[in-house]
Design a protein. Structure first.
Length: 303
């Protein structure tokens, strides 16, 4: 009953657990694990942490599932210090519970969300030394952590991406890590590799590749990638067009891109104006002043 309630009403499950304890019901690890799983799904990390501490005082021994749920609850919000505290405490004291792949993966994800890429990589290494085989989730978290390291770890991200079967998130993060290192050709190769990996590239994947081409002024490639987006029935966003405009080196192409933006109901922002200013040398680009409708409104508002 508690498990069903936890899936539907996480807060209600915690309240019921408290009421049952107050009435003298002997709680066990399964009750606690169900409540912890509810906390993890609802992002209730303080409640999860308090519940784990409460288990210690009530002599209820947690299991790997309990720890995994509590660590994941912290991980969802990037509370990596709390996650580290939990995973480091698993093997200490009377519990002596070896962390499993779920616990390690949740901790790696917490460190990634907290921009602690060193800790993510350290735990991935520790995971292997503890006999927990790195999986797609753990490798994906470590790759995403590398992506946040300003391009300095693109080679590590590339190596990690082949350790386990990549998913579209880790594949996109690998491309983004290479993009930050200005490895535009490698980004295109990785994008083209997607079908052979049985991955369907999404807008994030394409935008990372477009941004990589923009960094190296490969405007022809950005135009081709925008066309590829359409062929995959994906709708480009403002980031897609701004990267293409930034790489663009001819006014006719820029005009076409602006018309396409209008067709996708996207209005230029400050980044768009900056790219056009670099291209035309004008404070207010003439190509915008010649357009009707929303663009003339934007032009007048930019003065």
């Amino acid at each position: 009953m508690l498990s069903k309630l936890a899936r539907a009403l996480p807060v209600g499950a915690l309240q019921l657990l408290h009421v049952l304890h107050e009435h003298g019901l002997q709680l066990n690890v399964y009750h606690a694990s169900a409540a912890l799983t509810a906390c993890e799904r609802a992002g209730l990390w303080p409640e999860a942490f308090a519940l784990m501490e409460g288990m210690r005082h009530k002599t209820v021994c947690p299991n790997q599932l309990s720890f995994g749920a509590a660590i994941s609850a912290c991980g969802r919000l990037g509370l990596w210090l709390r996650a580290l505290q939990l995973v480091n405490g698993m093997e200490r004291g009377a519990w002596s519970i070896p962390p499993d792949a779920i616990s390690f993966s949740a901790c790696i994800s917490a460190c990634e969300k907290g921009s602690e890429w060193q800790s993510s990589l350290s735990f991935l290494k520790t995971m292997a030394s503890k006999g927990a085989e790195p999986n797609t989730l753990s490798c994906s978290g470590a790759v995403s952590a590398c992506e946040k390291a300003s391009g300095s770890l693109w080679h590590v991200a590339l190596s990690l991406s082949v350790m386990a079967s990549p998913d579209v998130v880790s594949h996109s993060a690998t491309i983004s890590a290479c993009e930050k290192a200005a490895k535009w050709a490698l980004c295109l190769e990785l994008l083209l590799l997607s079908p052979s990996l049985r991955l369907v590239a999404n807008l994030v994947t394409y935008n990372a590749a477009i941004s990589a081409c923009d960094r190296q002024s490969q405007w022809e490639s950005t135009i081709l990638l925008l066309a590829a987006l359409a062929s995959q029935l994906l709708k480009p966003d403002l980031l897609s067009f701004n990267a293409a405009l930034s790489a663009c080196r001819c006014q006719p192409c820029a005009r076409i891109l602006l018309h396409d933006m209008e067709g996708h109901s996207l209005e230029p922002d400050m980044i768009t104006f900056a790219s056009l200013r670099c291209l035309t040398g004008e404070e207010v680009p003439a190509m915008l002043s010649s357009m009707d409708g929303p663009k003339s409104d934007i032009q007048s508002g930019s003065r």
